[in-house]
Design a protein around this ligand. Structure first.
Ligand code: COA
Length: 519
């Protein structure tokens, strides 16, 4: 993103809203009409009926698969998110049958696994709204065989259930092969008469395998499964009744997990969060004071800064969000040795005090150069990475600008397992910026050609590298591949984080001692 070409933040938000609006179309008007004509309810309306009236719904990765497969696989054909059912926070995992019969692409699998991971970390019951044609067969090599492919979701289902986290399915449509295993591995199953089907092999597979010709309803309908096979536990006359039954099942859970109230009274920020888009430049090269961002995110804009006069390029301090204490680490420039060890020290303080960590990433990386290397930037930056990796408190990351190089690691990028990771629409994530990448790649080529460089070929390589890095560091490229849990607007960030913090509040604390090593 260069200064002269930087769009306004308002334009970025308009684009984001446009993408979110477009994704609501699912498989398109004609397929949604066909779905309704069959007496079926669109996936997001099913979720609305399932959740308590007025419940928030934290939808995850709504733009998964954005721009992939010719733009035909909206939201990767699955809606996942957290909402309240009978006042109990639940993970909803719901197939969109209007998108290629709800079949699984690589991003569908990733989204499904991610939802289960979040459910496991927070002990959220999983409610599966199943309408799924199994693996999307043309993509089977990217969906079926590997560890974190479709099989992993069934492994998770078994493990979550065994860990005491309820796994409940309502079956709305034709569930074949992998689609059949979602209900088959659930603790309790509801099926809709007439449209719900469960079969390991559907009629075409049965015909191909054993030359038996059979009707879908006979093979795997709701009545057969609730009266003959016992695969299903309840039959419902229609979808609304099935959703009502699902809600009754949740009410019957013995030990309802409620959201713990915040330990302190929440207070709105004194500075208006709506001003964030005026404060943060969309040109990543333009500096600003990240304290201005923190002030618009935290309760009463109150921020108790730690070591303000040392390692100033990493701002650290304590605050509250919606009444929940949080330790914030926010970039205010490149990470030096001092800022790295300060960050490691601060993380250990929060770990000792059981205070969740919030990372606000806007980082080009750690300092490079002879002076920095001689001062030990490699080992000092590693201390930050080590502390991030071993912190036992919940961690949350928001990419509010650039997320480049090892700075991504030290600031709790995806590899460091934050409970949630969101990005703003101005975010950029890559090993390095397009300008730096082009310089590095062309320099490497020059060196390997040993003086015989063809300047035209080098210039072409420069253009190609820039274009590659521009495309691949775009936030929509990232969110399509589930490198984050979604792109959010700056003004929404505080509320989204408040929900995330509330989910983890009241978790039992690890009683092991937590030393603070002053770095
Ligand atoms: N793989 C590839 N494509 C699939 C698919 C799958 N598993 N399941 C559905 N599709 C495609 C269909 O080919 C169709 O594509 P098109 O619009 O480009 O023609 C689209 O998804 C919608 O399918 P359609 O059959 O029209 O929808 P439906 O609502 O009438 O039926 C299913 C949905 C899931 C019951 C039905 O598509 C089906 O039985 N699919 C195959 C299931 C299967 O054998 N899975 C085995 C996986 S290992």
């Amino acid at each position: 993103m260069t200064g002269s070409r930087s769009p306004s933040f308002a334009a970025l938000i308009e684009t984001l809203r446009g993408h979110h609006q477009a994704m609501l179309a699912g498989g398109g008007a004609a397929l949604v009409a066909r779905h309704r004509a069959r007496g079926k309810i669109p996936v997001r309306d099913r979720i609305d009926l399932l959740l308590d009236p007025g419940s928030p719904f934290l939808e995850l990765s709504p733009l998964a698969a954005h721009g992939l497969y010719g733009g035909d696989v909206m939201s990767a054909g699955i809606v996942t998110g957290i909402g309240l059912v009978q006042d109990t926070p639940c993970m909803v995992i719901a197939n969109d049958a209007t998108v290629k019969g709800g079949s699984f692409f690589a991003e569908t699998v990733k989204k499904h696994l991610r939802a289960q991971e979040i459910a496991g970390e927070h002990r959220l019951p999983c409610l599966y709204l199943v309408d799924c044609g199994g693996a999307f067969l043309p993509e089977q090599d990217r969906v079926f065989p590997d560890r974190d492919h479709f099989g992993g979701s069934f492994y998770n289902q078994c493990r979550l259930s065994a860990a005491g986290i309820p796994q409940i399915s309502a079956v709305f449509g034709g569930c074949t092969a992998g689609g059949a295993y979602i209900p088959a591995l659930s603790d309790e199953v509801v099926m809709v008469r007439g449209t719900g089907r469960i079969h390991l092999g559907g009629p075409p597979i049965v015909k191909a395998a054993i030359n038996e010709i059979v009707e879908g309803e006979v093979l795997g309908g709701a009545d057969m499964h609730t009266t003959v096979s016992g695969v299903s536990d309840h039959v419902a006359a229609d979808e609304t009744e099935a959703i009502g039954r699902l809600r009754e099942i949740v009410r019957g859970f013995g030990d309802l997990r409620r959201i713990a109230p915040p330990p302190f009274a929440p207070a709105p920020p004194a500075a208006d969060p709506a001003e964030l888009t005026d404060i943060v430049p969309t040109d990543l090269k333009k500096p600003y004071d990240v304290r201005q961002v923190i002030a618009r995110m935290v309760d009463a804009s109150a921020f108790q800064e730690f070591k303000p006069a040392y390692g100033a390029s990493l701002v650290c301090g304590f605050a509250r969000i919606h009444g929940h204490p949080v330790g914030i680490l926010a970039n205010n420039g490149v990470l030096f040795s001092e800022s790295s060890v300060k960050g490691a020290h601060f993380i250990e303080l929060c770990d000792q005090r059981h205070i969740p960590l919030l990372f606000l990433q806007n980082i080009t990386g750690f300092m490079v150069g002879t002076e920095a290397e001689r001062a030990g930037i490699a080992k000092h930056s590693a201390k930050l990475v080590y502390a991030v990796s071993n912190a036992r408190v919940p961690k949350y990351t928001v990419i509010v600008g650039g997320s480049y190089g090892a700075g991504n690691y030290g600031m709790c990028g995806r590899g460091f397992r934050p409970r949630f990771l969101f990005a703003w629409p101005n975010a950029r994530i890559a090993t390095m910026s397009p300008e730096v990448a082009a310089t590095v790649v062309t320099e490497l080529r020059r060196q390997s050609l040993k003086g015989a460089a063809d300047e035209e070929a080098i210039a072409a390589l420069d253009r190609k590298t820039r274009a590659q890095f521009e495309e691949q560091s775009d936030p929509y490229f990232a969110t399509a591949r589930l490198w984050d849990d979604g792109i959010i607007e700056p003004a929404q960030t505080r509320d989204v984080l408040g929900l995330c913090l509330a989910l983890a509040a009241g978790e039992p604390r690890d009683p092991a001692p937590r030393p603070v090593y002053r770095m």
